[in-house]
Design a protein around this ligand. Structure first.
Ligand SMILES: [Zn+2]
Length: 60
């Protein structure tokens, strides 16, 4: 099992995968993918993502 930890330091701008505005958080999925969310969509999906085992990482 390999674990890839992505540290979004000095991040280039990341846009919300849902609406395209600047993302404020990144969800790292247990299967290996990532989803970026703005404040609104981060809140909207946070519980569901956490329940699925995703790790929420705040972006600077
Ligand atoms: Zn959004």
């Amino acid at each position: 099992m390999t674990t890839t930890v992505i540290a979004p330091q000095q991040a280039t701008r990341i846009d919300c995968d849902r609406c395209g505005v600047r993302a404020l958080s990144l969800a790292i999925l247990p299967g290996g993918g990532e989803l970026a969310f703005c404040g609104h969509h981060g809140r909207a999906h946070e519980e569901h993502l956490a329940a699925a085992g995703a790790q929420m990482v705040p972006l600077p």
